[in-house]
Design a protein around this ligand. Structure first.
Ligand SMILES: NC(=O)c1ccc[n+]([C@@H]2O[C@H](COP(=O)([O-])OP(=O)(O)OC[C@H]3O[C@@H](n4cnc5c(N)ncnc54)[C@H](O)[C@@H]3O)[C@@H](O)[C@H]2O)c1
Length: 265
């Protein structure tokens, strides 16, 4: 069987920092650390320099190779400049991991037009822009793997009222599948990880105003809502991402891989 090593490969992890100040690794950080632990040189990208630098520092501290870079996925010029720099400094891009995702509260009436645009700009257009910039470099290098992070909110109803988020992630799924077919002749695989309810620092920031007792009750409620009786972790998302990014998945493209403990069934 082909392995999951990424030695000699360059991985661009977009949103590899964390929006939360405390609470253990985020999905993006765990993916960056996992790629590095499997041999990749990781370019950790975030709109916040400190967030990107923290992840790169953690990788280097455990003996891996990483550099930090700043870019906002909403800004095509900033993304194009980033990809040019990576191509110049590292010569190739083998893995493009799109982790950035934001939400805004509201149903169809409550969601503001500004929030609708912002969420779609970040979650959907942002991935379009990173792929648009990185694909020519991957193509020139003989192929690669794109891993996009979606959500079970793209597939089914959820009690959280995040209409724009649901819509943007559903569009991300379909865009990814279409890109998978369009880029297959270039040996560029495009796959989607679909996390369910994960206990991450970002999720805990949504509950930041709760008392410790209220937070414990909310987390227990989330655990109970999962078929396995527990939420997933950032490492579950990272492990699935590694599979899709590596040669272990060399004939896998266009899949939506749920990492949700059965939630979406
Ligand atoms: N935690 C869950 O329960 C859960 C469930 C399903 C899906 N997801 C998905 O996981 C992903 C995020 O996970 P995380 O734990 O890493 O979140 P996070 O918020 O901790 O990290 C995301 C990073 O993206 C950066 N970012 C935000 N906007 C940006 C922009 N415009 N340009 C560049 N960088 C930007 C933030 O600064 C942050 O460092 C999202 O795609 C989210 O939809 C999470």
């Amino acid at each position: 069987m082909r392995g999951d090593r990424l030695d000699g490969r360059v991985a661009l992890v977009i949103g590899g920092g964390s929006s939360a100040a405390v609470g253990g690794p985020s999905n993006g950080q765990a993916a960056a650390l996992t790629y590095a632990r499997h041999g990749a040189t990781v370019v950790v990208v975030d709109r916040h320099a400190a967030a990107a630098e923290a992840t790169a520092r953690d990788i280097v501290a455990e003996g891996g190779r990483a550099v930090a870079a700043v870019a906002d996925v909403r800004d095509g010029a900033s993304i194009a400049a980033l990809v040019d720099t990576v191509a110049r400094d590292h010569g190739r891009i083998d893995v493009l991991h799109n982790n950035v995702g934001i939400e805004a509260p509201g149903d169809v009436v409550e969601t503001t037009e500004e929030d609708w645009d912002l969420v779609h700009d970040v979650n959907l257009k942002g991935v379009f822009l990173t792929c648009k910039a990185a694909v020519p470099v991957m193509r020139a290098g003989g192929g690669g793997a794109i891993v996009n992070i979606s959500s079970t909110a793209s597939l089914r109803w959820s009690p959280a009222r995040f209409l724009a988020y649901n819509s943007s992630k559903a569009a991300l799924n379909h865009m990814s599948r279409i890109m998978a077919r369009q880029l297959a002749p270039d040996r560029i695989r495009v796959n989607v990880v679909v996390p369910g309810m994960m206990d991450t620092p970002h999720i805990r920031t949504l509950y930041r105003d709760m008392t410790p007792e209220e937070l414990a009750a909310k987390l227990a409620e989330r655990d109970a809502a999962c078929p396995m009786g527990r939420q997933g972790t950032c490492w579950d998302v990272a492990a699935a991402s590694l599979f899709l990014a590596s040669d272990a998945a060399s004939y896998v493209t266009g899949v939506l891989l749920p990492v949700d403990g059965g939630l979406s069934i």
